[in-house]
Ligand binder design. Structure first.
Ligand code: DON
Length: 326
């Protein structure tokens, strides 16, 4: 149903020049004419193009323009937009006096409130269940990267994956997670790509005592490894085990990837002395761990880096479910 629309440009003026620019549904023209109008009132030339005086006034004018864009602008065929509200003499006069009065940077929140939505991560998802009766589930699901293949199965709402990048496209060529592969993982009809997903259940005397897992592409395996080591070997409770800074090595790149807080300066120095090199990494992964203590208490923790949570329902043992929920 798309048709080309011809629209009238927005018009304004600046220091003796006529200005014609793109009208809504671009916000460009109205904001540009507004900011030029506001800044025309200040001696920018006298203060220099990159002086603090000039940049302060530009910034004050810009943030007001973009706040107005956010609140009011949209496709004029669907939403009434009066360009004069954005670039008319009245609004320019008001903004000019606000900018002139701003002795310091105006906090954005003072210009207008915005609903800040919690960021939804694009990760693969992992969840686990550990039950008093010994049943356990470890489940990781992946569509690989953002929106998978961008296709939905019919009207189900189920987004189809795009796992082709989990194949080795060419021996030695890294994929999106920097993983290299060889012919064993080459693309072929009917073949499933190599995954790093590691949903894991730990058993003691045949009974499930722990559930571990995380998203994180190539780092999934080493994150799960460290979660288990932290609980089983280092005796950490599940919250500490999941929260602890992580290190990761995947052969190539050759460096040890380390989260910012990982390893003390002396540990780093000793490792450097052993020939290790480091590559700092933003916090990664969104791990979870469930662990049955010897007295039967079920404990659970979700990653403070992520948006998960741990909780207990139903027939929880007497001592209840302990552990952190971020
Ligand atoms: O199966 C795999 O190894 C990848 N498709 C996982 C991708 C992933 O974890 C992305 N999100 N963090």
């Amino acid at each position: 149903g798309y048709t080309v629309k011809q629209r009238k440009p927005v018009t304004g003026s600046y220091q003796g020049y006529g200005v014609k620019s793109m009208p809504p549904p671009s916000s460009g023209g109205v904001l540009l004419v507004q900011m030029l109008g506001v800044l025309e009132g200040f001696d920018l030339k006298g203060h220099g193009y990159d002086s603090a005086w000039t940049v302060h006034r530009m910034a004050e004018s810009m943030k007001r323009a973009y706040a107005m864009r956010a609140k009011g602008l949209g496709d004029p065929d669907h939403h009434t937009v009066d360009n004069a509200d954005y670039m008319g003499a009245k609004v320019i006069k008001r903004l000019k006096s606000e900018v002139a009065a701003s002795k310091r940077a105006t906090p954005s929140a003072k210009i207008g409130q915005v609903v800040v939505r919690p960021e939804e991560r694009t990760d693969t998802s992992h969840f686990g269940v550990l039950m008093a009766n010994g049943d356990a589930v470890g489940c990781t699901q992946t569509i690989n990267l953002l929106y998978g293949s961008g296709r939905m199965a019919g009207k189900t709402g189920v987004v189809l994956n795009n796992e082709m990048d989990d194949f080795s496209a060419l021996p030695g060529a890294p994929n999106a997670f920097g993983l290299v592969g060889d012919v064993a993982n080459a693309v072929a009809p009917g073949k499933r790509p190599l995954s790093s997903m590691t949903p894991t259940i730990l058993l003691k005397d045949g009974r499930a005592v722990g559930v571990f897992g995380t998203p994180g592409g190539s780092t999934i395996i080493t994150t799960t490894l460290q979660s288990i080591l932290n609980v089983v070997t280092h005796g950490m409770d599940v919250s500490a085990a999941i929260g602890a800074p992580r290190v990761h090595h995947q052969w190539y790149p050759e460096s040890l990837l380390i989260e910012e807080d990982a390893l003390s300066p002396d540990t780093r120095a000793i490792l450097r002395g052993l020939g290790h090199t480091f590559k700092p990494r933003e916090p990664y992964g969104n791990a979870m761990a469930l662990w049955r203590l010897e007295d039967g208490t079920l404990t659970g923790a979700a990653d403070p880096r992520g948006e998960g949570t741990a909780g207990g329902v139903g027939d929880v043992p007497q001592d209840g479910l302990t552990g952190a929920t971020p």
